[in-house]
Design a protein around this ligand. Sequence first.
Ligand code: DQA
Length: 146
Amino acid sequence: MSKPIYVLNGPNLNLLGVREPEIYGHTTLEDIKARCETLAASKNTSVVFRQTNHEGQLIDWVQEARTEASFLIINPAGYTHTSVALLDALKALSIPVIECHLSNPHAREPFRRHSYVSQAAKAVVAGFGAIGYELAIDAGLRLLDQ
Ligand code: DQA
């Protein structure tokens, strides 16, 4: 079997389903994880799906993905807009990085329009809600096939 797809989630995404559902929807992170696992299994691969509220932990997992993942999907949540350290960690990866957001940050407050992470991302999926993760898995696998 191929290396797993890493799906990393940043702060407050553990509260999906109850946190601002008018923006982020009613689907929980556990539901998204289950959907990602099902999709990956149907494509003969697997996912390592994690969430943390801590910047350093997210960076440690990005570093782990450097050698352990086939590609990386990351929803850095609030760190998208603040973290040079996360950008630096992502820049050390040679595997594809897909930035994923449930909402479309460009349609929201001005401070969400800048993403540090985008500088290290091959592609961005945003605004599709929970299904964005499945779209990112599908697109990432197609990228690898190219
Ligand atoms: C988010 C968008 C970010 O601006 C925000 O800080 C989040 C979630 C999204 O998935 O839409 O926490 O990454």
